[in-house]
Design a protein around this ligand. Structure first.
Ligand SMILES: [Zn+2]
Length: 163
C-alpha cells in the first residue's frame, strides 16, 4: 500500500464529514497568497484562513514565476482578488543550491538541459523584493496597491515583513 493509498483512505473519512459545499468560487477575503511549497508551512493556519477565503499559489520558494503570474492574473481579473501576500521562509531549500549547478547535474544525468529557471536564491529578503517587483512590473495584473512580502520563520511561526 502506497502513502497515496493511505491518504485516499483519509479522504474517504473527510468526505463523510464534509460540510463545505456551496462555497462561492471567488475568495471571500479577496486575497491571493503566493507561498513556498515547504511542508512545514500551513498557510491557512498561519494566517487564520478557512476554505473559501483565499487563493493559495504555491511553488518551490514561493517565487513569482511565470506560472505564479499566470495564476495571479486569473485570480485578480476573473475572481476579484485585490491583495497579494508573498511568503518566503527561513531555512528554505532554495537557498541551498544554484540554478546552473542543478542544470549541470540534470544534464549530466539525462543528456538534456532544462530550459526553464529554477529560481534558486541566496538572499531571502532580496528574493521577496524581486517577487514584489515582478508583480509591480507586470502589465496584466490590475491591482498592485496591496502587494506585501514576508519571511515566515519556521522556528517561531511568525511572519516578518520585508520592507
Ligand atoms: Zn521553501
Amino acid at each position: 500500500m502506497s502513502e497515496t493509498d493511505r491518504l485516499l483512505e483519509n479522504n474517504e473519512a473527510y468526505a463523510k464529514e464534509f460540510d463545505k459545499s456551496g462555497l462561492p468560487s471567488p475568495p471571500a477575503k479577496g486575497v491571493a497568497v503566493v507561498a513556498c511549497m515547504d511542508a512545514r508551512m500551513d498557510v491557512h493556519s498561519m494566517l487564520g484562513l478557512k476554505e473559501g477565503d483565499a487563493h493559495v499559489i504555491r511553488n518551490a520558494g514561493g517565487v513569482v514565476s511565470e506560472d505564479a503570474l499566470r495564476s495571479l492574473v486569473i485570480s485578480q481579473r476573473l475572481l476579484g482578488t485585490e491583495e497579494v501576500i508573498l511568503v518566503h521562509h527561513t531555512d528554505c531549500g532554495m537557498l541551498t543550491f544554484k540554478d546552473e549547478a542543478l542544470k549541470d547535474a540534470i544534464e549530466a544525468d539525462t543528456g538534456e538541459r532544462p530550459d526553464f529557471p529554477f529560481h534558486a536564491f541566496s538572499d531571502l529578503e532580496g528574493s521577496v523584493r524581486t517577487s514584489i517587483e515582478r508583480i509591480k512590473e507586470n502589465p496584466f495584473i490590475p491591482r498592485k496597491d496591496s502587494v506585501r512580502g514576508f519571511v515566515y520563520e519556521v522556528e517561531t511561526g511568525r511572519l516578518r515583513e520585508v520592507v
